[in-house]
Design a protein around this ligand. Sequence first.
Ligand code: ZN
Length: 152
Amino acid sequence: MALDDIYKEVILDHYKSPRNKRELAGATFACTANNPLCGDEITVFANVEGGNVTEVTFQGAGCSISQSSASMMTEAVAGKTVEAAKQMAADFRGMMAGEADPSEDVFGDLVALKGVVKYPIRIKCAVLSWDVLQDALNGAGEASGAQPHTVG
Ligand code: ZN
């Protein structure tokens, strides 16, 4: 199987069986954003305790790229410190800009999204959930508690 096909399989697997796709009642942070270019919408819920991201979930609708990226993100950042999660968001953005090439050891399934770089119009789809996560961790949704706060 060609690498591209393996990546496609990984993306479709997360799209069909999204991980952590549920509302997180009483989450420390919740944030929503959409990508009008494609019609994607993502809400990210995050629980943060003592500087650690203990749990991340998402809800949303949209294309396979946006939904699978969100699913992969919830797995990738859970258990990390807030700083490490923000760094990962920056690294992911770097990968989607073609400026960074993170190893699979660190990025896991997320490397499957590398192929999206070839389709500039879909990059926003892949980055959307990370933008929402970053907004959430920066406290954009804090004031409203568990009520999703819409940005952008
Ligand atoms: Zn999309």
